[in-house]
Ligand binder design. Structure first.
Ligand SMILES: Nc1ncnc2c1ncn2[C@@H]1O[C@H](COP(=O)(O)OP(=O)(O)O)[C@@H](O)[C@H]1O
Ligand SMILES: [Mg+2]
Length: 246
């Protein structure tokens, strides 16, 4: 079982769109996949029409005592399950801060389902917290959507610097381009510079496509709804390239 966290310090860069579409791409590629939505805003859960169960006490699942299995829900897509977000996840950071041996939290959380899934995707909230540090330490890959603009590239540089300073493994970082607009010279130029400065970059650009924004209306991954759209083909390619690198 490999754990892939979709992460960026910034919000609004396409993390959720990526988590939803790549977990679906990995599923139709023949894998058993679990999507863990730990962003308390719950956008991934919304796209997959799932809610946390009323009796499923997120505290007990995430903070020990109760197995993760009881909170996992099936999506309408065979082979793709989800652990829906819960507003209580806001307390997760505080919990990890207080917990002894918190660096083992993620692997302990997954141990009951390790054999059931080939891949786990994590839709992360933005910002650097104890939760993100746990992922930096324990995830197999950090997939980082980067919009090809100066500011967005800067946040990737900051993340890379943070990895270096804190001794996390930089080989886990897999940036790629998100919301790419071909007509914009700035996007084309930034992508060239980024790819030559950061060889770890997966050279795939998900184009800007308003059908991705409309996922909130049709409630499904664009890869499912419009499989022949360029964005869907790029998500599939991104998945195949990432899989090879893991
Ligand atoms: N490639 C894209 N083209 C057009 N809109 C996109 C694309 N990727 C994401 N979006 C839209 O941009 C907004 C932010 O994306 P989202 O995936 O929620 O970002 P994050 O999870 O990083 O906050 C959403 O409205 C989403 O539908
Ligand atoms: Mg999000």
């Amino acid at each position: 079982m490999k754990v892939i966290a979709v992460y960026n310090i910034k919000g609004g860069v396409g993390k959720t769109a990526t988590a939803v579409n790549l977990s679906y791409a990995a599923t139709i590629d023949g894998n058993k996949v679990l999507l863990l939505d730990i962003d308390p805003q719950g956008a991934s859960s919304f796209y997959f029409k799932t809610k946390p169960s009323m009796d499923g006490d997120a505290n007990k699942i995430l903070f020990g005592g109760r197995s993760i299995e009881s909170a996992i829900r099936q999506t309408e897509f065979t082979g793709l399950d989800i652990l829906p977000a819960d507003s209580k996840y806001r307390k997760l950071d505080h919990f990890l801060y207080e917990m002894k041996k918190s660096d083992k939290w993620l692997s302990k959380l997954f141990s009951p389902v390790r054999k059931q899934y080939d891949y786990v995707f994590i839709d992360c909230p933005p910002s650097i917290t104890s939760v993100s540090r746990n992922l930096f330490e324990n995830a197999d890959a950090m997939l980082v959507p980067v919009i090809p603009t100066i500011l967005s590239i800067r946040t990737y540089e900051q993340l890379r610097e943070f990895f270096k300073e804190e001794g996390f493994d930089k080989k886990k970082l897999f940036p790629f381009f998100s919301m790419y607009e071909r007509r914009k010279n700035m996007h084309n130029e930034s992508m060239d510079i980024f790819a030559s400065n950061y060889p770890e970059c997966i050279k795939i650009a998900i184009p800007y496509n308003s059908e991705i924004e409309r996922m909130g209306e049709y409630l499904a991954p664009i890869v499912h709804k419009y499989p022949y759209a360029e964005a869907s083909e790029m998500y599939m390619k991104l998945w195949k390239k990432l899989k090879k690198s893991l």
